[in-house]
Design a protein around this ligand. Sequence first.
Ligand SMILES: CC(C)(COP(=O)(O)OP(=O)(O)OC[C@H]1O[C@@H](n2cnc3c(N)ncnc32)[C@H](O)[C@@H]1OP(=O)(O)O)[C@@H](O)C(=O)NCCC(=O)NCCS
Length: 111
Amino acid sequence: MVDGQVIGTVALKEKELDQFTGSPWLAGLFVVPQYRNAGVGAQLLRAAENKARALGLRKLYLYTPRSRRYYDTLGWRLQQEVDLASGSVAVMEKILVPHSLFQQPPQGRRG
Ligand SMILES: CC(C)(COP(=O)(O)OP(=O)(O)OC[C@H]1O[C@@H](n2cnc3c(N)ncnc32)[C@H](O)[C@@H]1OP(=O)(O)O)[C@@H](O)C(=O)NCCC(=O)NCCS
């Protein structure tokens, strides 16, 4: 939100593509045109991934007709191509490494 106006959206969904059994999904990533190329999309993705981690999820899928390269740069990997009536889409996945794995263990006393 900026000044009470929605400038972008993202969602977590249990079900998305009938042609692919994986779940859950990241969906609905959208940034209004005047706020694009300022990192809002990447911020929304991070927020959704963190929410998924907080829910205990370890993997997310998404599908995209045209933005595979965008998600590539943000750590998503191609899972498979799926043919829909509207054309081919890339199903991508991301493994959600728990943040706690990056934290230093408490320093114990040697001895
Ligand atoms: C895709 C989208 C969410 C990106 O939002 P954003 O806030 O502009 O993204 P960021 O600021 O995090 O990233 C911008 C960078 O991504 C690049 N980028 C944006 N869309 C891209 C795409 N479809 N393919 C490849 N790169 C893309 C930009 O060129 C820019 O690159 P730079 O940093 O090298 O200049 C936004 O363009 C959008 O809402 N598009 C319409 C809906 C859409 O396509 N949704 C996702 C597809 S499922």
